[in-house]
Design a binder for this molecule. Structure first.
Ligand SMILES: [Zn+2]
Length: 488
């Protein structure tokens, strides 16, 4: 879910792309296998909000709520005195959540997803059952509607009964996909320069507290806004390294593991100079750019300048998509090769070497998931078609204008004691030129480590609808992890 923040706290809600119009029954007859009209989720997908900001600094954004068509609502929790109606034909089981909403599950899918301890290891959360032992034409002996869920008895030498909780089936429904009960912690909030009025911040004390609540708050900020400050950090590399490790392993690269550096060009990269750096993401030359970057200014003496620049790449992309859809499409399609070649001992290029588009999308949902942009690290553009060369240069000019507009740029003068973490797949960073002596420290953290920690803490502090509905089922939880966690 994406939200846009122009004038916090008045947040504007965007239409979640996955909540496309649900198929409605054409035939209202109460039938187990109703005829429905399906809409294409991709065709109906809307990535971002419908407001119309401008790339120029002079324009103002509207503050009215965009009108939205009827949004399908998530289904209510199944009540034990009003169980779903179930029905089966030769290949599928149909579940009637209400008279208009049905989910169909194929027999082989249901058998493959049995979560009994014989089929699914309750501790390791790995499949134990051999999928390829399932007869192609497997058909349940019996299907029954129980208060805990759908109970299926399978034909086998020994009786085998599977139970699928209702909430889990709703969440897992693929025919059709159903609207999800996303909690507010799943919302992304897009922001422009006005974020300066109240930037997401947690305190060092909160983040290092053993109960992990502050850590969850920190990671939730990063998820929502793409960055978060941590205030009150002791201005030492040791404390900053400890802070980084709260999230996960530090990712070692050609720049080292935990960096502690000055503008001495110790590494062959402009980061190690006093030059101004435009808004960019790091590691465009990696196959897998780092997920998070943490940095902390430890000292700045005998000089001025060196303000930090943050730009929400998703926000800039949303503006470009509204105003320049063709440019947006080009940046989403054309792959950009990149390199890191300033060190004699290394020469990095991504695999595949044709690189990745500036705007990366989830191939299934169409959702924007990654911004990769560092014009300085771009390699030779040999894969452009002749007819699109000028269009592509126009498109990156528009993109650059969106990134560098006063409406997008958030400038902040960091002080020793305030660290910042940036989601390197979304928020671009840069700095103004400086003089004097500046000492920075920081680290990269892999995207998988960050997402893993956030998932663990979400399960603990903000369990979603499925985890709440299944928490009392027998044998559901081992080691604090439920077999019904929708991530599994
Ligand atoms: Zn089983």
């Amino acid at each position: 879910m994406l939200k846009t923040s122009l004038t916090r706290p008045a947040l504007r809600s965007a239409r979640p792309h996955h909540l496309q119009a649900l198929p409605r029954l054409v035939n209202r007859k109460f039938s187990a296998f109703p005829t429905v009209t399906r809409t294409s989720s991709l065709a109906a997908a809307r990535l971002l909000s419908t407001y119309t900001p401008r790339c120029s600094a002079s324009a103002t954004a509207t503050t009215s709520t965009p009108s939205q068509p009827d949004q399908p609502q998530p289904l209510p929790e199944v009540a034990s005195d009003d169980l779903p109606i179930i029905s089966q034909d030769g290949r599928q089981v149909a579940i009637g959540w209400d008279t208009r909403t049905w989910s169909r599950f194929h027999n082989i899918w249901l058998r493959d997803h049995c979560r009994c301890p014989k089929c699914f290891h309750p501790v390791t959360k790995q499949r134990l059952f051999n999928t390829f032992d399932i007869p192609k034409d497997i058909t349940p002996l019996r299907v029954e509607s129980r208060s805990a869920g759908l109970e299926v008895t399978w034909p086998s030498k020994e009786p085998h009964v599977s139970l699928y909780p209702w909430s889990w089936l709703q969440r897992s429904s693929y025919d059709p996909p159903l609207p999800r009960k996303d909690s507010s912690s799943n919302e992304k909030i897009l922001w422009g320069s006005k974020i300066m009025q109240s930037p997401p911040t947690v305190t060092y004390e909160e983040v290092i507290a053993a109960d992990d609540r502050g850590l969850y708050k920190w990671l939730s900020n990063i998820y929502k806004f793409g960055f978060s400050f941590v205030s009150g950090v002791p201005a030492t590399p040791e404390a900053t390294e400890e802070l980084s490790k709260r999230i996960g392993f530090i990712r070692e690269t050609q720049y080292g593991k935990f960096w502690d550096f000055t503008s001495d060009l110790a590494k062959g990269d402009t980061a190690y100079t006093t030059l101004a750096l435009g808004a960019h993401t790091d590691n465009t030359y990696f196959t897998d750019p780092c997920g998070l970057q943490l940095f902390h200014l430890l000292s700045h003496t005998d000089g001025t300048g060196g303000a930090t620049l943050l730009v929400d790449g998703f926000y800039a992309a949303s503006i470009m998509k509204e105003l320049h859809p063709e440019a947006y499409q080009l940046l989403s399609r054309v792959r950009v090769p990149a390199h890191a070649a300033g060190e004699a001992g290394s020469l990095y290029t991504p695999a595949p070497p044709t690189g990745y588009p500036v705007l990366g999308h989830d191939a299934v949902t169409g959702e924007l998931v990654q911004v990769r942009w560092n014009n300085d690290d771009r390699s030779v553009m040999t894969r452009l078609e002749a007819g699109e060369v000028e269009k592509w240069y126009d498109a990156i000019r528009v993109w650059n204008k969106c990134l560098t507009s006063a409406d997008s740029e958030y400038w902040v003068q960091l002080q020793p004691g305030t660290a910042v973490v940036v989601d390197n797949h979304r928020v671009l960073h840069g700095r103004s030129a400086f003089d004097g002596k500046r000492r920075m420290c920081g680290a990269y953290i892999g995207v998988d480590e960050y997402r893993s920690k956030l998932a663990v803490l979400s399960e603990k502090f903000s369990p979603g609808a499925v985890l709440q509905a299944t928490k009392d089922l027998p044998e559901a939880n081992v080691n604090g992890r439920s077999i019904w966690n929708p991530a599994l």
